[in-house]
Design a protein around this ligand. Sequence first.
Ligand SMILES: Cc1cc2nc3c(=O)[nH]c(=O)nc-3n(C[C@H](O)[C@H](O)[C@H](O)COP(=O)(O)OP(=O)(O)OC[C@H]3O[C@@H](n4cnc5c(N)ncnc54)[C@H](O)[C@@H]3O)c2cc1C
Length: 406
Amino acid sequence: MPPPATAAHGLPAAAPEPVWFANLDATDREELFSSRGAALLPGPEVLIVGGGVVGLAIAYFLADQGARVQLIEAATLASGASGANFGGIWPNDQAPAYAESFQALAFLSRDLWGRLSLRPDFDFHWRVNGLLNVNTARFAPSAADFAARAQERGCAVQAVDALQIARLEPHLQPGFHAGLHYPSEASLHPVKAVLSLMRAARRKGARIAAGVCAHGLQLAAGRVTAVETSAGVIEADTIVCCTGWNADWLAKAISLKLPVRPVSGQMIATDPVRPLLKSSVLGQYLVIQLPTGEIVTGGNTAENSGLVPDRELTADFAAAAYDLLPELAGTPFTRAWCGIRPATPDGLPILDRARGAANLWLACGHFKNGMLLAPATGKLMSDWIVRGAPSLDLAPFRADRFGHSV
Ligand SMILES: Cc1cc2nc3c(=O)[nH]c(=O)nc-3n(C[C@H](O)[C@H](O)[C@H](O)COP(=O)(O)OP(=O)(O)OC[C@H]3O[C@@H](n4cnc5c(N)ncnc54)[C@H](O)[C@@H]3O)c2cc1C
């Protein structure tokens, strides 16, 4: 795979357009891009750096609590991992892979997405369509044992047999004898979700400006006094870093080296086809069908910051999808793109206050679950910033849990 091109602000250049941007209607597209060149708020209380789902969720919840918020984004809103993912809200499926602290955050967040989906400014194709796992390697020794253990832990999952699988997803290839069904897992349109948060945050007075890159910090007496950006120096009482995997810009000013690394993933999509799938289905790879008809699959993990889709991987994903859904065979996958997950050593996000700068907050490293965890991140960080304490213990998400001094 060739190395990614590098844009002026140090981030990789844009990947081929993900399906989520391609299927936006003209109004949504215009609204999303309206943030480019937007005027900055004079003297904001809070400056949020990074316009992915995490930054926008924090902007929304802070503005909801009355804070005067300015968000800046180097490129386009959702141009990072937030516009390149599955849109899976899968707390029950994900919980067993992480420490227990993940679960409370994830369940709270899934609940918040459901509540937000009912609010006036929020329109992001929210669907509680369930997840079906038919990949036996993922539930050893048996579906029944796995489900029982996960239920003990509080997860909503049940073991299903061949007949139940065929009823749930009649277009899957026959021959699956056992699976796991997560009936309360949900999905959303990630770019429309980011757009919804932007719309609602703006309605509450937040300013959102894309095309503004943060380069560094000015510090005095253990506090950030200003952020240096491509649009000039911005002073704010509080700064929140939501720059996904790219937290190096902090290191230039203070010796704050966050243990966040890029983990790339590739996805492919067809044009719209007739309804073949209801749930998200995990076979060799994850496969979903959007309400707009596209089949989307992929989601490998590669320890790099590659943004150029690999043809062999595309062929591999397509072959697995044809195998899972025989009626799809011959339908071309017309779109391929990559995204970069912000990974930490334990796969959990960093939600903390920076040690060397009392008014600098960190919300990054959400790895495979940033879409899922964004509302809880936004709510808890805004409670912490505005009220002095989050309503959930965020100690498991401290930046120094890896032994680094940050
Ligand atoms: C293939 C794939 C599938 C995934 N599937 C799922 C899924 O189904 N469910 C789920 O929950 N999660 C999923 N994820 C993970 C999820 O996409 C991420 O965890 C989430 O998007 C991270 O959001 P973020 O806002 O922290 O980062 P990003 O979306 O990367 O946003 C960070 C933003 O900061 C900006 N920025 C960086 N540096 C600067 C700077 N110096 N100044 C200003 N702006 C800057 C960037 O341009 C970027 O827009 C998936 C990820 C991938 C790659």
